[in-house]
Design a binder for this molecule. Structure first.
Ligand SMILES: [Zn+2]
Length: 343
């Protein structure tokens, strides 16, 4: 078992025979008033979902989570989850289908092991999140990894980890959103794992890149322009994440500053990571290929890191109040630029 730290969580990567399962387990709880650590050092002391949830504080108003209810699923609640999505409820599961830019997608919310700790309003928000985030990530990267278009989100009150992803399947522990009432974008992170479609860490400079990419997507594709995400989970500054093996912000900087209509440096990165082009000890060449065709062409990765360290992008706060704009996004409209490029 290889243990990874990811975002606000630490994860264990369980290698299976035919695919790898990426399991995400928080080492500490979300905090709605203090910017959350995004990338602590890799650690082997992953906690279980049940222990993490038991210490989680339910502090948010607006979403009622104190008392589990036996609310039955009302199809009408989900019919507006995405304009034009066909929604049916059968055997307690929710099936949603929609065609976006000619591509058919489906989301199955599997509630066979749901015990109503995640409330129906939260499930509706997760549904909306899927339709906002997944098709955009799919369109950007699908030709590089052939990810699925039919995704299953199972909300399960079982004793395993907070969240995990493998193949087209995401598990979310039924207790997680009860205790961390607005941590919806943990699912953006899991959806990014689905898009990755099983990166092989023998071909990554650092195995942590699996989690750094999922965190990059969590930031760039956060639901409702980060309305929930930025008040609960933020990019760390270079003081906390001081090398490229750990820094999510470095990837966000590369994308925002050096991608344009003609180049997508994160696609270059994704292609190298996904398609086993360079072994771990060949990454000087890998970075050459990632930078090729951009303004960074010809520079070494160490030179590029130093450029990042000299920029205020590395230091601005990315914490934002609900609906507000963080210092970082005020100076660098990361998500606006991404949308303007149809990514
Ligand atoms: Zn993960």
């Amino acid at each position: 078992m290889i243990l990874h730290k990811i975002g606000a969580a630490c994860f264990s990567l369980v290698l299976l025979a035919s695919c790898s399962k990426v399991t995400d387990t928080p080492t500490d709880t979300q905090n709605t008033t203090v910017p959350q650590t995004t990338s602590a050092a890799e650690t082997s002391d992953a906690t279980t979902a049940s222990s993490a949830v038991s210490s989680a504080a339910s502090t948010e108003s607006g979403i009622q989570t104190d008392t589990p209810t036996n609310t039955e699923i009302d199809p009408d609640l989900f019919s507006n989850a995405s304009d034009g999505a066909d929604v049916t409820v059968s055997d307690g599961n929710i099936y949603e289908q929609k065609t976006i830019n000619g591509q058919n997608y489906s989301l199955t919310i599997d509630l066979t092991k749901w015990e109503h700790n995640t409330n129906t309003e939260q499930i509706k928000i997760l549904s909306q999140l899927f339709w906002q985030c997944y098709p955009r990530m799919y369109e950007r990267f699908h030709d590089l990894s052939n990810p699925p278009t039919d995704v299953i989100l199972a909300i399960e009150n079982e004793s395993y980890e907070v969240a995990e992803a493998y193949d087209n399947h995401i598990h979310l522990h039924d207790m997680w959103l009860r205790g961390n009432t607005e941590d919806f974008d943990c699912i953006t992170h899991e959806l990014a794992h689905i898009i990755q479609a099983d990166w092989n860490d023998e071909y990554l400079e650092y195995s942590s890149y699996i989690e750094r990419f999922a965190d990059l997507c969590r930031y760039e594709y956060a639901m409702n322009d980060g309305f929930y995400n930025d008040a609960n989970w933020t990019l760390q500054t270079i003081y906390e994440e001081d090398d490229r093996s750990e820094s999510v912000r470095f990837l966000v900087w590369l994308d925002h500053v050096y991608s344009d209509a003609n180049t997508d440096i994160i696609r270059n990165y994704f292609n190298v990571c996904r398609n086993m082009m360079f072994t771990s000890d060949q990454w000087d060449k890998a970075w050459e290929q990632i930078f090729a065709g951009t303004q960074l062409s010809g520079k070494t990765i160490d030179e590029v890191w130093d450029m990042f360290a000299d920029s205020d992008f590395a230091y601005c706060s990315s914490y934002g109040n609900y609906g507000g704009t963080s210092e970082l996004l005020g100076k660098y409209p990361v998500r606006e630029k991404l949308k303007s490029l149809n990514r």
